[in-house]
Write a protein that binds this ligand. Structure first.
Ligand code: FAD
Length: 475
């Protein structure tokens, strides 16, 4: 604390108002604690997810899909002679969604009695924070402090961000004109989502990645399918490729590329999106003034109760090691708040689902076939193709499949992979099945409405049991 600085005391301080932080603050408030939420961005209530991540990206993905469908539905009898994109209007739509949700979070925080302080928090000791505000500073002391400060984008040193030509995801989601050509450096889910979106908006997209395959931490078949689909939309790939340098000019940037095989080429682009992952951001938190510890990659070390090695401090969300996803962050927010009031909560979820909002969507949960094969775990599996689903065909979305993995003896469901339309909405059924200890027979014995995409989950379970009536031979 700065000498002479006014300081206030509260039960719980939450640092960061992303999905981890705001959920923790609301829950702690609901449980009767006096809570202060500190957010460094004066317009950032809701964090990365709401302002620069999940929500704006999904609003743009939706718009890109509608725009694409307008001009690609002739075989369903829809002829649109002139479909144009007013990107400024699209951005207005996106901002209106963000505004509604920000106001919603603010109202929920108010209702839970949470005080909001805008400023950057730094630890002075385990129970004391110094807050740097726009025109002032203040001190805060608390019995418990929950760190929910998220992460930051990784950079490519050869082409540093400039916000105009070399962009982060934050900036690409704010573009008011569509670049004629767009390079995307990266091969993870954000790169894939943005490739689909901007190709559909009309950019000529090129994905440049160091690895031999895209989505390299997933089932190889998923990466192959994703690449094929993107190529069908017109996206070009440079695999095993380094961006050696970039030279900016009036038209954009010339990227000097070199493949592992030694092929060198210079390719011009209007803009480049760098999407090469994110890292935790702990440098400016003053953690050295506490007993909280970080691991070798910079993540704050926690136990299953989200407690750090400092008895006064908890940490949640992307600042901790694990899938950097908003739904995991929110789950942890509730645990941390409940632990602060002495409830016996802990991270006991068996699985964290993952989704890529590509076309088609891809979603997975629990054990995947490559993991099972690698670990020698025995399993049975069943697959049902979208091309055999009445709902998928009727909606002209025939590409995809549902695959389930189960224990060969007990038939307990171990994992699932869904590739296809509405995969993002359907995956929770398999997550619930795993959490509830459901067997293949439990899902196949549950009447699913017809015709729906979810029927494909039932059919995949029946296929694993070799009794699927909609597949020749039952599987
Ligand atoms: P954040 O949301 O990053 O929030 C941290 C907050 O802390 C920020 O508001 C920051 O300003 C504040 N802060 C930082 N330091 C301080 C400090 N010292 N003092 C005060 N405040 C501070 N996840 C999904 O699950 N689904 C998706 O579809 C999805 N799409 C994404 C798309 C993109 C383009 C990106 C970039 C991410 C996406 N994510 C998605 C990931 C998701 O956004 C993050 O996992 C999630 O936001 C993490 O939440 P968090 O609360 O841990 O951190």
């Amino acid at each position: 604390m700065v000498v002479g600085e006014m300081s206030e005391h509260t039960d719980v301080v939450v640092i960061g108002s992303g999905p981890a932080g705001y959920v923790a603050a609301i829950r702690a408030g609901q449980l009767g604690k006096m809570v202060t939420l500190v957010e460094k961005d004066p317009v950032g209530l809701g964090g990365l997810c709401l302002h620069h991540g999940c929500i704006p990206s999904k609003a743009l993905i939706h718009t890109a899909n509608v725009f694409w469908d307008c001009t690609h539905s002739k075989d369903q009898g829809i002829n649109v002679s002139l479909a144009t994109l007013d990107m400024q209007k699209t951005q207005e739509f996106k901002r209106s969604v963000i505004e509604k949700l920000t106001n919603g979070i603010k109202a929920l925080l108010d209702k839970a009695g949470v005080d909001i302080v805008y400023g950057r928090a730094e630890f002075v000791s385990s129970t004391e924070l110094h807050i740097e505000q726009e025109h002032d500073t203040m001190g805060l002391t608390a019995d418990k402090i929950i760190i929910a400060t998220g992460g930051k984008e990784n950079t490519l040193p050869t082409i540093p961000f400039d916000g105009k030509t070399v962009l982060r995801s934050t900036e690409i989601l704010d573009l008011e004109t569509i670049p004629s050509s767009l390079a995307i450096a990266g091969s993870g889910y954000i790169a894939m989502e943005m490739a689909h979106t901007f190709q559909k908006f009309g950019s000529k997209v090129t994905i440049i990645h160091r690895s031999p395959t895209i989505l390299s931490n997933m089932d190889a078949k998923v990466g192959e399918l994703m690449q094929r689909q993107l190529e069908n939309f017109g996206v070009t790939f440079w695999k095993n490729t380094e961006i050696i340098t970039g030279e900016k000019n009036a038209r954009g940037i010339d990227l000097h590329l070199e493949t592992k095989e030694g092929v060198k080429e210079t390719v011009p682009f209007e803009k480049v999106l760098v999407a090469v992952g994110r890292s935790p951001q702990t440098e400016l938190l003053g953690l050295k003034n506490t007993q909280a510890k970080i691991d070798e990659r910079g993540y704050i070390i926690i136990n299953e109760k989200c407690q750090t090695s400092d008895p006064h401090i908890l940490a949640i969300g992307d600042i901790t090691n694990g899938p950097a996803l908003a739904h995991r962050a929110m789950y942890m927010g509730k645990i941390a708040a409940e632990v602060c009031v002495g409830l016996p909560s802990a991270f006991d979820a068996q699985v964290v689902p993952g989704v890529i909002y590509s076309d088609p969507e891809m979603a997975w949960v629990g054990m995947q076939e490559p993991d099972a094969v690698k670990s020698g775990r025995s399993f049975i599996s069943g697959t049902f193709p979208y091309s055999a689903s009445g709902r998928s065909l009727g909606a002209n979305r025939p590409i995809g499949f549902v695959k389930v993995l189960a224990d060969p003896n007990s038939h307990l469901i171990l994992g699932g992979l869904i590739v296809g339309a509405h995969a993002s909405d359907m995956i929770a059924e398999l997550g619930l099945a795993i959490e509830m200890g459901a067997r293949l027979e439990d899902v196949s014995g549950t009447i699913h409405p017809h015709p729906t995409y979810n029927e494909a989950i039932l059919e995949a379970c029946e296929s694993a049991l070799k009794k699927c009536v909609h597949l020749p031979g039952g599987k």
